[in-house]
Design a protein around this ligand. Structure first.
Ligand code: FAD
Length: 491
């Protein structure tokens, strides 16, 4: 069986690494035009990344250090409402908290700040606390919350995997210039030197270009109507005080026509303004970002984005991974997770059923559509309305969303439902994360809290107290995030 991967960004190399380790006997070729290079903005990830790389054969030390990785407790959203809110990493503690939060409405109806003061991940994040004890090797999957989500340098992770893998697969550095297809299936790929390549399955990892999909006429469904941001400008900034600035969470701050990310890596912070070009020119966006950062010297990198997904992730003999298949703007950092989930879903389905295409496509669509709803609601429930962008972005009604997305939202709004099975195997965000977002904008204030039984009340009081105690202990025992990494990286 021959797999041909075109593209050497995170999606191409992640796919090659996963297949090489987990699908023995496959003949893998990866073609990339290294002169074009991958998208390289400092990336924030979801917890799945660490296990995924472990399944590819990489221990945290092997990829965290060369990518200047830092830990991530979650995302703090600032300026979207009167008060900030926090979408954490959905750690095991949250799985425990989730049913209780919703069963008993312990925090519902109370000021959001009371919830934030207690919320364990936020407690650690805002105090710059590392999730690992000072003497502990972060390779061990224990600590305050195990290891999971990180920030890393996207170019660094590509280099790390390429260096390890390129002699173990067929690697070709060349430009694809022509793709032949008949009846929705690729028949061959031709490079700039006239060399021809054929395979049983072709993987489109060419980023937003989607060269292989386009060659077979694959359909793209745009999410532009719901998510108007189509551009970004990124600036990396050196630290002046890394102990303070290298914080263990991503920050997403609302701006005039979008929002900006702050992603602290070990050696510098990554910053970027995600905006809609309908409301702001490139120059205006860069100016607004520079002023916010007080940085007028570091180079700026302008990028275009396309939000939406292919109707089918697997179409004919093309399997898409990464930006070619789908992307929902960077808010909540789901891009790399789309990649890792798509690879895993493909690899697990591949051998088991003649219906594998259908299974993979449904799984992928379910995951992306759920994220569409989650990200859309960040804007919908925001109370910011001081510019035309914010006024317009909120005009779009929840009822305009696809039906399956509306169904997911109905579990949490207009009030959190009790006793519903929220999780599908492909969900990325849990009820508590939705709840945190909606509650921060007082989205529940018109709805009565769900009454608690005495037993529930007691249980929850203990639960909250235990976590309070754990928070205080963590503050005492766990080191500063930057100091921990400095020690572990030996720098
Ligand atoms: C502004 C922005 C911010 C983002 N932030 C985050 C984040 O915080 N967290 C997150 O998880 N994700 C984020 N993402 C998404 C993330 O960057 C991508 O999911 C990830 O980089 C995967 O990219 P890719 O490999 O699909 O495409 P790319 O990185 O674009 O790689 C495409 C590859 O195709 C190759 N190629 C193209 N044309 C040819 C050709 N003709 N011949 C041969 N090779 C070719 C290129 O050489 C390159 O190697 C962000 C994306 C954007 C745009």
């Amino acid at each position: 069986m021959k797999f041909l991967i075109v593209g050497g960004g995170t999606s191409g190399w992640f796919a090659a690494a996963y297949f090489a380790k987990n699908l023995p006997g496959i003949d893998i070729t990866l073609i990339e035009d290294a002169s074009l290079g991958p998208i390289g903005v400092g990336e924030s990830t979801q917890p799945a990344i660490s296990n995924f790389l472990y399944e590819c054969g990489f221990l945290p030390k092997e990829w965290m250090e060369p990518t200047n990785a830092t830990f991530k407790h979650g995302v703090e959203l600032v300026g979207w409402n009167d008060k900030p809110y926090f979408v954490d990493n959905d750690t095991p503690q949250n799985y425990i908290a989730t049913p209780n939060m919703f069963a008993d409405s312990y925090f519902q109806g109370k000021p959001h700040s009371e919830f934030l003061d207690w919320y364990p991940a936020y407690y650690l994040a805002k105090r710059n606390i590392s999730p690992k004890l000072a003497e502990m090797d972060a390779t061990f999957n224990i600590g305050y919350e195990g290891y999971g989500a990180v920030h890393f340098d996207a170019l660094g992770i590509v280099d790390t995997i390429r260096n390890t893998l390129k002699d173990k697969i067929n690697y070709v550095d060349t430009r694809v210039t022509d793709i032949k297809a008949i009846d929705g299936n690729i028949t061959k790929i031709i490079d700039i030197n006239g060399n021809e390549y054929t395979a049983d399955l072709y993987f489109d990892c060419t980023g937003f270009k989607g060269l292989l999909y386009d060659a077979i006429g694959a359909e793209f469904i745009s999410y532009q109507d719901w998510l108007p941001n189509d551009s970004a400008v990124a600036i990396n900034k050196p630290y002046t005080n890394p102990k303070e600035e290298c914080f263990p969470y991503t920050r997403a701050t609302a701006m005039n026509a979008g929002w900006r990310w702050t992603i602290p890596l070990f050696h510098r912070s990554g910053n970027g303004y995600v905006y809609s070009s309908k409301y702001l020119s490139k120059e205006e966006a860069e100016k607004e970002l520079r002023e916010a950062l007080n940085d007028f010297e570091s180079p700026a990198n302008h990028l275009k984005m396309r939000c939406g997904r292919r109707r089918k992730m697997v179409d004919g003999n093309v399997v898409g991974i990464g930006l070619s298949t789908g992307f929902i703007e960077p808010l909540e950092a789901t891009g790399v997770t789309f990649t890792t989930n798509a690879i895993r879903t493909f690899a697990s389905a591949f051998w088991h059923t003649p219906e594998w295409r259908k299974h993979v496509n449904e799984a992928y669509n379910e995951m992306v559509d759920e994220i569409l709803g989650f990200i859309f609601c960040h804007y919908h429930f925001s109370t910011k309305d001081n510019t035309q962008y914010w006024k317009d972005v909120k005009k779009k009604d929840l009822k305009s969303l696809p039906e399956n997305v509306q169904k997911i939202i109905s579990y949490v709004y207009p009030y959190p439902q009790r006793g519903v099975m929220f999780y599908s195997p492909y969900s990325l965000f849990s009820q508590v994360q939705w709840w945190a977002m909606i509650n921060a904008s007082d989205g529940y204030k018109h709805y009565p809290t769900i009454p608690l039984t005495e037993e529930e009340k007691k249980y929850l009081e203990y639960f909250v107290k235990c976590k309070d105690y754990q928070n205080k202990m963590a503050e005492e025992c766990f080191p500063n995030h930057y100091e921990y990494l400095k020690g572990w990286y030996g720098r």
